[in-house]
Design a protein around this ligand. Structure first.
Ligand code: ADP
Ligand code: MG
Ligand code: MG
Ligand code: MG
Length: 399
């Protein structure tokens, strides 16, 4: 099974049988393709007579969303698999275990997380995740610190970064996040009702200036191994636990890009709440989401400082004042990237169910406008954001 071809359901079952330690010989296995993403096949293989199961994720050589006209390198499966292994090493309870893989066939066999809920869906349904901030704070602090020049040997880091050159998937980000929303691009996609907002984005030169600076950071700042696509659709949750999946956009980039992705998706769900909540629950649900934003940042910051004080690999980084400066710069980047990510989900190619799924037209439009207002404010003010309290003030003043 070494020449690349997309697996059939039958082949996925046969492959599953070969993974040691999961299914007994002659087990009656069944398989369904459950992928809901745009880029990959996901096979769920279960033993009909026990509760054992595994997931096989396989890349296809094009983006499904636009058909075979948008080719994508299969090497992203290798990148995703290696990123999962590294992230699992630093956060074993927050990342699924990789059981097997084949880079030529572009598949990874991993732990089945079907008992979890995709966080985006959970938040839309009003789910409450009291441990989420702590868990995701640990994920971003550990993965970013230990893959940066602070937490690893600087020469080894360069070699590692060379294994995460991910041009096809970075191009998707560069186009869809940092370019299309500010241009008259055929990739853009928005309702006629907010055409005024989309036009305003295209002519807002001070905003373009900030986006150009953030885009330059995305292109050039090899700070740490990023997940690269850390939205709430890449996070599985239960009220107790959290698992991060789908790091196929992994590359060496600016830390604030991952943190900004998490915060942007919490804020998109916040902006969508009037479209989902019963009147008597609305204020409480909104407040709960807003409170998660500083909670995630504060967990990240305290853990990152603790790792720095314990495991720093870099003598010059002990210079007094440097840690504070470094973290305040991550916060500014976080604000800017969070803003860019909110804007693209409203006017760009790929949207989120939190907003687009709102059944009522007027409430959906109001949510789109609110998300854009927050996103634009975060981009505009990113370089002056001085604390997480100030970050939250930028948001509350925008709405
Ligand atoms: P894509 O890169 O195509 O977005 P994802 O890795 O996000 O693929 O997976 C798509 C969907 O497949 C997820 O939303 C989830 O429903 C399912 N899935 C992926 N990985 C697992 C897993 N380890 N356990 C259970 N379901 C999974
Ligand atoms: Mg996905
Ligand atoms: Mg584990
Ligand atoms: Mg993906």
């Amino acid at each position: 099974m070494s020449t690349y071809h997309p697996l059939s359901v039958q082949e996925a079952i046969e492959l599953a049988r070969t993974i040691p330690g999961h299914f007994s010989e002659g087990a009656d296995l069944s398989c369904r393709e459950i992928g809901d993403g745009n880029l990959n096949l996901v096979f769920h293989v279960t033993d009909t007579s026990s509760d054992k199961s595994i997931i096989i994720k396989q890349a296809v050589p094009y983006a499904k969303v636009v058909g075979e006209s948008w080719p994508l390198s299969l090497d992203r499966a290798r990148i995703e698999r290696q990123a999962l292994q590294i992230q699992h090493q630093y956060c074993p309870s927050l990342v699924p275990e990789v059981y097997a893989y084949c880079d030529e066939m572009a598949y990874t066999v991993m732990e089945d997380l079907s008992s979890y809920t995709i966080m985006r869906k959970g938040l839309i349904e009003g789910g409450v995740y009291p441990n989420f901030a702590e868990h995701i704070g640990e994920f971003i602090a550990n993965t970013l610190f230990y893959t940066s020049d602070l937490g690893m040997n600087q020469q080894e880091k360069k070699v590692l970064a060379g294994q995460f050159v991910n041009p096809d998937l970075c191009k998707i980000t560069e186009d869809l996040i940092f370019e299309d929303p500010y241009r008259d691009s055929p990739n853009n996609n928005y309702a006629e009702a907010i055409a005024d907002e989309a036009a305003a984005l295209r002519s807002d030169l001070p905003l373009h200036f900030e986006v150009a600076l953030l885009r330059d950071k995305f292109l050039t700042r090899s700070q740490a191994l990023l997940h690269g696509d850390l939205h709430t659709g890449s996070i599985f949750v239960t009220p107790e636990s959290t698992m991060v999946i789908d790091p196929e956009f992994a590359y060496y980039g600016p830390m604030g890009f991952d943190i900004g992705a998490v915060l942007a998706n919490l804020l998109l769900n916040y902006a969508a709440q009037p479209g989902w909540s019963k009147t008597e629950e609305l204020a409480q649900r909104e407040q709960r989401l807003l409170d998660m934003v500083p909670a995630v940042w504060n967990e990240f910051e305290s853990r990152f400082r603790a790792l720095w004080n314990r495991d720093l690999q870099d003598e010059m980084a002990r210079t007094p004042g440097y840690q504070d400066h470094y973290i305040s710069q991550i916060l500014k980047d976080t604000a800017g990237f969070a803003g860019c990510k909110m804007i693209r989900r409203i006017v760009g190619l790929s949207h989120v169910a939190d907003i687009d799924g709102i059944p009522d037209d007027a409430l959906r439009e109001a949510a789109q406008r609110k998300a854009l207002a927050i996103g634009k404010a975060l981009v505009r003010h990113n370089r002056s954001v001085s604390s997480i309290e100030h970050f939250m003030e930028v948001i509350t003043q925008a709405i």
